[in-house]
Design a protein around this ligand. Structure first.
Ligand code: C2E
Ligand code: CA
Ligand code: CA
Ligand code: CA
Length: 278
């Protein structure tokens, strides 16, 4: 959304005015949502493509609004960021995901999404150590997903923070790779373990025309990540044809509706217990 300065001479259409009021109400609600325990985490499975092995889950936040129902994160995450609430929310995500993962077998990882604002907050890194110690989660099971925007400002500070996380034994994934301000330079300069190819690339890719531009870009990103020794994860895998192509081109890991939708903690536990006890 564009920010308009001044605005004294702006004429609001009734629709706009309603939208603004609506946002204000939503903002009021979100301030209380944490205390009212209206947020939940869903978990989406991630699989090795070659072995079909379950590697772990990405935690995805949901807001169950008492009257509106489920509000998607693309709406409420920016609101939390704008109003200084993202740190507290992010700590809740960390805490909840780590505690939940402690109920899973030790070979399953958990990935959480970290807002760029959290990367630059000292408090979050402290909270990381504390949460790992208190929950007892093996740091190698935790993966933090950051987006390319963290490299935009404060490059040195970002590097220091990511190196700190690495020193703790945590893995780092670069989310939505290729979506925003891509620069290949930081791939070599920062301690990144995993590239998550932005869902858009797979969406544009037509498996019946693998030589088309979208296919070339997809394959090139896979190659790049592999040659840099990173795990390469394709997001938004919806068809067997897509998965087959990814397999042929050496993509390491897949996540998407074809393999599993984001599910509740209870559903995850059921799946896991079915897997362990034959
Ligand atoms: P993301 O990290 O790129 O998450 C992947 C999104 O793709 C999720 O949307 C997921 O439900 C959706 N998805 C997964 N598989 C498929 C598929 O096969 N097809 C399609 N069309 N979509 C698929 P979701 O859950 O709505 O999350 C949207 C974004 O909100 C996330 O994008 C992430 O950037 C942000 N987000 C979610 N939870 C958190 C959180 O706890 N903290 C922060 N900071 N951001 C979060
Ligand atoms: Ca993510
Ligand atoms: Ca993503
Ligand atoms: Ca995203």
């Amino acid at each position: 959304a564009k920010k308009v300065k001044g605005g004294a001479s702006r004429v609001f259409t009734p629709g706009l005015k309603t939208a603004t009021l609506d946002r204000l109400r939503l903002l009021e609600d979100i301030r209380n949502a944490l205390y009212r325990r209206e947020f939940t985490l869903l978990y989406q499975p991630q699989f090795s493509i070659g072995t079909r092995r379950l590697n772990g889950f990405e935690a995805l936040a949901r807001w169950m609004h008492p009257t509106r129902g489920s509000v998607p994160p693309d709406i409420f995450i920016p609101m939390l960021e704008e109003h200084g609430l993202i740190e507290e929310f992010g700590e809740w995500v960390l805490e909840t995901a780590c505690s939940e993962a402690m109920r899973w077998p030790d070979d399953l990882g958990v990935a959480i999404n970290v807002s760029p604002l959290q990367v630059h907050a000292v408090r979050f890194s402290l909270k990381l150590c504390e949460t790992l110690m208190r929950t007892g989660l093996r740091p190698g099971r935790l993966e933090l997903e950051v987006t390319e925007t963290v490299f935009l400002d404060g490059k040195q500070q970002t590097e220091a923070v990511l190196n700190n996380w690495k020193a703790l034994g945590i893995r780092i994934a670069l989310d939505d790779f290729g979506h925003g301000y891509s620069s290949l330079s930081y791939l070599g300069n920062f301690p990144i373990d995993k590239l998550k190819i932005d869902r858009g690339f797979l969406g544009q890719f037509d498996p019946s025309q693998p030589q088309a531009k979208a296919g070339v870009i997809l394959d090139t990103i896979i190659d790049l990540g592999r040659k840099l020794g990173m795990t390469v994860t394709a997001e938004g895998v919806e068809s067997a044809e897509q998965l087959e192509h990814l397999h042929r081109h050496g993509c390491t890991e897949a996540q998407g509706f074809l393999l599993g939708r984001p599910m509740s903690a209870d559903e995850v536990r059921q799946i896991i217990s079915a897997r362990v006890t034959p």
